[in-house]
Design a protein around this ligand. Structure first.
Ligand code: F1X
Length: 300
């Protein structure tokens, strides 16, 4: 089973509007609300790929109840650890020309005892787990090295998708793979070149590094070689959640012991297919199938 960890689960609200008038009054078209947070999106996509998945993390308050109800309605298995404070919301505004503006609330204040309770809960889920996914921001109160602690506790492949200190400190837990985008990688390492940045993260403890280059594809810098995958063209839609779809592909690939080039091909195809879906956590199935044959993977 793939275990996704979302420490900062969210009720994701997506607004569609022709164009945002900043400082003005905007009328919203379609409104979508669903359980989110990066790990929840990974769980949704992996489940849609036919994987056995459990979503865990921290959850609280009335928003937490809405999130649980939405996961139940989607038939997604979950086992969250309750906290007293209220889980957050996020708002994504998608404009007609394809720009997506994301507002992420900080999340609930987590008490030390609640974090200790989660650690015990996480450990209890590990015996049935084949791949662990650690994704997204951490709410206040969670120790900054939380991802390193969770990765160290896991005796199976671990994927880390985080930004800032969560990424910088998390690599010390020696995750099997980290998946930053080019900006996150540059911020974490101070290296403007994605290849140099990825090598720096490997030197700090990451087993392999998958760098997302937006519509220019992805790089895989691994112990067995380095590759680049290039998609056929630019997909337009909502890019929110595209990285999570890539992580779902990587989790599936690691579970199957797929080769790095194959894993990279699936990550790029699924990520591009996710851009074509209106909300994070979904992907366009026919586009995924088509893109798999169109993506070019070459060694660096
Ligand atoms: O605050 P985080 O955890 O970094 O990001 C949260 C978030 O914006 O990322 C997802 C898309 O990747 C959204 O579904 C989600 O709510």
């Amino acid at each position: 089973m793939i275990l996704t960890v979302t420490l900062n689960v969210a009720l994701d609200v997506t607004y569609e509007t022709p164009v945002v008038e900043w400082g003005g009054s905007n009328r919203v078209g379609a409104v979508r609300r669903r359980a989110g947070g990066k790990g929840v999106n990974v769980a949704r996509v992996a489940a849609a790929l036919g994987r056995e998945v459990v979503a865990t993390g921290l959850i609280g308050g009335d928003t937490g109840e809405l999130i649980r109800a939405d996961l139940d309605a989607a038939g997604l298995r979950h086992s969250f650890h309750g906290v007293r404070a209220e889980s957050r919301r996020t708002v994504t505004v998608v404009e007609e020309h394809g720009a997506a503006t994301v507002f992420n609330e900080g999340g609930p204040e987590v008490a030390a005892g609640e974090w200790a309770g989660f650690l015990a809960h996480f450990r209890s889920l590990l015996p049935a787990t084949s791949v662990v996914v650690l994704s997204g921001s951490m709410p206040p109160g969670v120790p900054p090295d939380a991802y390193a602690v969770l990765a160290e506790a896991s005796d199976m492949p671990v994927i880390l998708d985080a930004d800032g200190a969560a990424l910088g400190l998390g690599v010390a837990g020696r995750p099997t793979l980290v998946k930053p985008n080019a900006e996150e990688l540059a911020r974490a390492t101070g290296e403007p070149s994605p290849v140099e940045g990825a090598l720096a993260l490997r030197a700090q403890g990451a087993g392999a590094v998958l760098v997302s280059l937006g519509h220019e594809g992805m790089l895989a810098i691994t112990p067995d070689g380095n590759w680049r995958a290039v998609p056929p063209g630019l997909e337009t839609g909502n890019p929110t959640g595209a990285g999570d779809a890539a992580v779902a592909a990587v989790a599936s690939g690691l579970a199957d012991r797929a080769s790095w080039p194959e894993l990279l091909r699936h990550a790029v195809a699924l990520s591009a297919a996710a851009v074509r879906a209106p909300v994070a956590g979904d992907f366009d199935g026919p586009a995924y199938a088509r893109l798999l044959s169109e993506i070019v993977v070459h060694p660096l």
